[in-house]
Ligand binder design. Structure first.
Ligand code: FA5
Length: 356
C-alpha cells in the first residue's frame, strides 16, 4: 500500500462524503490497514514486530490526516454558509406603512368622549333613511319650505324595492309604506327612531355620515358628518342644553372655552337656536350647529308610532333638547384648514398631518 498516495488522497478529498469513504477504505472493518493488521499473526515474530510498528504508524498518520481534512472541509462549509447568509445589519430596514385614523374619525372620537363623560350613550342609525324619519316625523311635511334647506339625494325606491331592498323601522319592521327613501340629510332622524324604541329619561349622541345634493365649495361637501345629541326627561330645560354645549366648548377648547346661542328656526325644535363656540387661541366665535327644545310635534309623532306598534305612549309631559353639529366644520375651523374638499380627496400629504 502506498501510504504517501493515501495521505495525499485524503488531504485533497473534495468533500465530507468522499472523506468518509476514504476512511472506510483504509480504516474501516474491511479497510486496507485493518486487513493488513489482521494478517500480522501469520508472520514470523521478527517481521511481525516491524510490520506492526509500521502499520500502527500508518494508522495514526491516516487518522490524523482524516481529522485535519475533516476540520478543513467543515470550516470551508461554514464559511460558504456564512457568506451566503450574510446579513448587513447596518443597512436601513424596510419601513412598513402604518395606517392611522382619519381626521374626521379623530374629531368624532374626541366629541363622543366628551359626551360619554357627561353620561351620554352613543348610538348609530342607517344612512339610507325613510322620508318619514328624515323629514315627516321631524315636522317637515312634504310641502314644508324647510325641506329645500336640505337638498336631498333620493333613492329610486321602486328599483330598490325590485332588488328586495327595504328600510327597517326601529323594531325591524318594514317601513317602505312611509314615503320614499333618501340618503339621510342629517342625523336628526335618529331622534325619532330612538324615541320610538326607548322610554325616557335618556341621553344619547349619534355620530354619522350625512349627504346633501349640494354644490360643493370650500365649506360645503355633498357628504359630511354630524354629531346629533338628544336628551329627554320629565323636567329637561333649555338651561341643561346651554350647560351641555358649554361643557362641550370647554372639552374642546379648554377652560376658557364657552358657547353662544342665537335664535333661529328649525321645524323640529321650539325655540330653536344656532350655537357658536369661543376659540380662545384665535379670539373668535366658531359657528358649529343648531339646537333647541324638542318640538311637541315630535313627541306626538313618536307616541302615535309606538301606539301603532302596540306600545304604551311614553312622551306625554316630557321635555327635551337636541342639537346637531357639523364635524368637518369644527375641524376646518380648529385646524385652519382652508377647504372642506381636502377631507375626502384621499391625498396622503393632507391626511398624514392629522394621524392619530
Ligand atoms: C341640521 O342638520 C339640523 N338637523 C341640526 C339640528 C339638530 C338642529 C337638532 C336642531 C336640533 P343644518 O342644516 O344647519 O342643521 O346643519 C347642521 C350643521 O352641519 C351646520 O351647522 C354645519 O356645521 C354642518 N353642515 C351643513 N351643511 C354642510 C355641508 N354641505 N358641508 C359641511 N357641513 C355642513
Amino acid at each position: 500500500m502506498d501510504i504517501e498516495a493515501a495521505l495525499e488522497e485524503i488531504g485533497s478529498a473534495p468533500n465530507l462524503e468522499r472523506l468518509q469513504s476514504l476512511k472506510v477504505q483504509y480504516l474501516g472493518k474491511n479497510g486496507r490497514v485493518t486487513q493488513a493488521m489482521k494478517t500480522l499473526g501469520q508472520l514470523p515474530p521478527e517481521e511481525r514486530k516491524e510490520k506492526g510498528r509500521v502499520l500502527n504508524e500508518w494508522k495514526r498518520a491516516l487518522e490524523e490526516a482524516l481529522a485535519v481534512r475533516e476540520a478543513q472541509l467543515k470550516e470551508q462549509a461554514l464559511q460558504a454558509r456564512l457568506e451566503q447568509e450574510a446579513l448587513d445589519v447596518s443597512l436601513p430596514g424596510y419601513a412598513f406603512p402604518s395606517g392611522g385614523l382619519h381626521i374626521t374619525s379623530l374629531i368624532l372620537l374626541e366629541l363622543v368622549n366628551i359626551f360619554r363623560r357627561m353620561g351620554f350613550s352613543v348610538v348609530e342609525g342607517p344612512e339610507v333613511e325613510s322620508e318619514f324619519f328624515n323629514f315627516d316625523a321631524l315636522n317637515m311635511p312634504e310641502w314644508h319650505p324647510a325641506r329645500d334647506m336640505q337638498d336631498t339625494f333620493w333613492v329610486d325606491f321602486d328599483r330598490a324595492a325590485e332588488e328586495a331592498f327595504t328600510i327597517q323601522g326601529p323594531f325591524g319592521e318594514e317601513v317602505n309604506g312611509l314615503g320614499g327613501a333618501v340618503l339621510r340629510t342629517h342625523t336628526s332622524g335618529m331622534q325619532i327612531r330612538y324615541m320610538i324604541q326607548h322610554t325616557p329619561p335618556f341621553r344619547i349622541v349619534v355620530p354619522g355620515r350625512v349627504f346633501r345634493y349640494e354644490q360643493t365649495d370650500a365649506s360645503h361637501e355633498a357628504m359630511f358628518h354630524q354629531l346629533e345629541g338628544l336628551v329627554v326627561g320629565p323636567s329637561i330645560t333649555m338651561a341643561d342644553l346651554k350647560g351641555a354645549i358649554s361643557e362641550l366648548a370647554r372639552g374642546l377648547f379648554g377652560k376658557e372655552g364657552k358657547a353662544r346661542f342665537q335664535p333661529t328656526f328649525f321645524p323640529f325644535v321650539e325655540p330653536g337656536v344656532q350655537f357658536a363656540m369661543w376659540w380662545p387661541e384665535r379670539q373668535k366665535w366658531l359657528e358649529l350647529g343648531g339646537a333647541g327644545m324638542v318640538h311637541p310635534y315630535l313627541f306626538k309623532a313618536v307616541d302615535d308610532y309606538r301606539e301603532r306598534q302596540g306600545l304604551p305612549r311614553a312622551y306625554q309631559g316630557m321635555t327635551g333638547w337636541a342639537f346637531g353639529m357639523g364635524v368637518e366644520r369644527l375641524a376646518l375651523l380648529r385646524y385652519g384648514i382652508p377647504d372642506i374638499r381636502y377631507f375626502y380627496q384621499n391625498r396622503l400629504s393632507f391626511l398624514r398631518q392629522f394621524r392619530g
